[in-house]
Design a protein around this ligand. Structure first.
Ligand code: KIV
Length: 280
């Protein structure tokens, strides 16, 4: 049965997410489309329209394929499909790094045109001025440190963070800079467990882990990885809860064979003068 969207406005705001620090773990997933947002909304606290959409739905090699227009269009679709979750839209690479003014202008476009509750951007100490400026413009910001997908080309691949003392110190400085700049929460990606736990203890805003252990205040996964739809690389930290890829493959195989054998369409799928109804 289709999920009914509530008609009253009960949407979770960024402030409510911030106040969940240390409580029941915060449940987050990515979503990029209207139907998936409708399906996930009753079960999650937060839906992230991640720039992973560029890879997952658009077939780009990295998240650098995302544009502001792409993020806004997917943000609008997710807002149409969700009623309860806090919807956060990623700021794509190239739309915020140059200056605080550029970051505020891009964040205003994302929130203004999609209606989402908050934006997310990657970076720590280096992006603190941008985060502070967006927050000062009354737009809640989610930070993202550790493995930063927008920097994988610079970093030479998807490398787990926190394995050297120097890197641990840098991660702690990043987390603290994001918190001080006024972010309401912080994604920690691809970071060793002890470091994610330490950061979670040190900062007063919730940490949301992806490949960063159960020590974080919440968890996020890319929806296509979680339901087994991803066709290319699936990170080691992902737990697959369904195998939709084989469901779709089997359906396509049966459809193709029924069309070729003229078994589909059958008598119940065609219109005649007598079988009534105008419904398409
Ligand atoms: O783009 C994305 O999906 C993300 C999550 C991996 C946190 O940033």
């Amino acid at each position: 049965m289709a999920t009914q969207l509530p008609t009253t406005d009960i949407r979770i705001g960024a402030d409510l997410i911030r106040r969940r620090k240390g409580g029941t773990p915060i449940v987050c997933l990515t979503a990029y489309t209207y139907p998936i947002a409708r399906l996930l909304d009753p079960y999650v606290d937060l839906l992230l329209v991640g720039d992973s959409v560029a890879m997952v739905l658009h077939g780009h090699e990295t998240t650098l394929g995302a544009s502001l227009e792409m993020m806004i269009a997917h943000g609008q679709a997710v807002m149409r499909g969700s009623a309860k979750a806090c919807v956060v839209v990623d700021m794509p690479a190239g739309t915020y790094e140059d200056s605080a003014a550029q970051a505020v202008a891009s964040a205003r476009r994302i929130v203004g045109e999609s209606g989402c509750q908050a934006v997310k951007l990657e970076g720590g100490v280096d992006m603190a001025a941008q985060i502070a400026a967006i927050v000062a413009a009354d737009i809640p910001v989610m930070g993202h440190i550790g493995l930063q997908p927008q920097s994988v080309e610079k970093d030479g691949g998807y490398k787990i963070k926190g394995r050297t003392d120097e890197n641990v110190a840098a991660l702690i400085a990043d987390a603290s800079a994001v918190e001080k700049a006024g972010a309401f929460s912080l994604v920690i990606e691809g970071t060793i467990e002890t470091v994610a736990a330490d950061i979670t203890r040190r900062i007063a805003i919730p940490t949301i882990g992806i490949g960063a252990s159960g020590e974080c205040d919440g968890q996020i996964l890319v929806i296509d990885d979680m339901v087994g739809l991803t066709v290319d690389r699936v990170p080691k930290f992902v737990k697959q809860y369904a195998d939709l890829r084989s469901v779709i493959e089997h359906a396509a195989e049966r459809y193709a064979s029924e069309v070729r054998d003229r078994d589909f369409p059958g008598p119940t799928h065609v219109f005649s003068r007598t079988n009534g109804g105008d419904e398409s």
